[in-house]
Design a binder for this molecule. Sequence first.
Ligand code: ASP
Length: 451
Amino acid sequence: MKYQNKMTLTTKVLIGMGLGIIVGLTINLLGLNAPGSFTNVYVVNGFFHIIGKMFVTALKMLVVPLVFFSLITGVLGIGDIRSLGKVGGKSFALYMLTTAIAIAVGISIAAALGVGEGVHMSTDLSFTAKEAPPLSQVLIEIIPSNIIHAMSEGKMLQIIFFSILTGISILMVGKKAEPLVELIEIANEVMMKMVNIVMAVAPYAVFALLAKAIANLGLGLLADLAGYVVVLIAALMIHLFITLMSILKLFTGLSIPMFLKKMREVQIFAFSTSSSNATIPVTLRAVTDKLGVDISVASFTVPFGATINMDGTAIMQGVATVFIANAYGVDLGMAGYLTVIMMSVLASIGTAGVPGVGLIMLSMVFTQVGLPVEGIGLILGVDRLLDMIRTAVNVTGDAAVSVIVAKSEKKLDIATYNDPDAGVITEDDLDIPDEVEREFAQVVHEIKEEE
Ligand code: ASP
């Protein structure tokens, strides 16, 4: 139990987050971030920007190989190939259901409180609409025409499709493919180690990401739109702590405080990066190592959820729709709101979890119900902070559904779930034992001599 003497990564990340917020706020409130100033150029957009960007890029670098190897490992380890279909069906249904509930919650709370009523419109609004990809196209695009291209573009649904197909084909080849199975399992383990290495620098990166984001926030703008911001944050919290946790409790009967404790690190990553996609390595690690979900379920539900499940984003769409409808004096009526719910759920399937994508989805929804798309310009300025919060809600939904599906498929290790120390990373995890180093040097030496 060596790690008890050392600070865990989660504690360090929490400290990084706290310090990042304090430093960001100080820079912001003291007005040190004026364009062209030393702090602005060298600290916020220099040092903080470089550290944060390098870290997010490193996370993104892990996503594709990690999803590829873990998903094949998952398919190979599932034991009964039919349960793959069940995992797919259940997670899809739950993701859609929670997203629909989320947007309904957003609309109801915002409508009950009348957000946007009496808002004065500014005249220089600009936001260009994006076309919603038709469902047919989303379906067709699940199949990659070129897997290298899909991987280089990070097209998650295509990568998921190809990985599952590879896993199934390996099973069909059978005994002959055993060396490949071993290779893929080892590759998966290596990728998981790489996640640990990248996460070791997380406390510093989280500090830099948050200090930069908060230093750049237009706090005055936040105050102007306080009604929208407060209602949206309240709706997000209600969904996270009440709706999602009730669903988790109802389906699994597991401890909610334990779930929330183990999700803290993932939520901070999502909050700092504003990207469910970039958070995939961290979510996958937490869901398997901390919450005890078997890799055969998690390797599918986590990347799938990062792509199609966006509860937080759906809530934002609900609240923003009511806000802008009220601000423009448009009465959408029951049918209008039902269309909004349907459109948001559909839009979430075809769009990846990356920063700011929620606004693009919103423009698709607005076009559909005939709300003025340029109204999105009203909330554009405050979206950075809200994106951070809703991304944390998005990843929590992904993990909750992963646990529910795993439990129902008997693929959840309850002892791991209930062990508060499961999956905790310490400095010891990054050690390379001396004997291993020597052994590998010996092996390389021998190979060279043989040549
Ligand atoms: N940033 C969000 C995510 O990655 C999507 C959004 O709401 O913009 O999940």
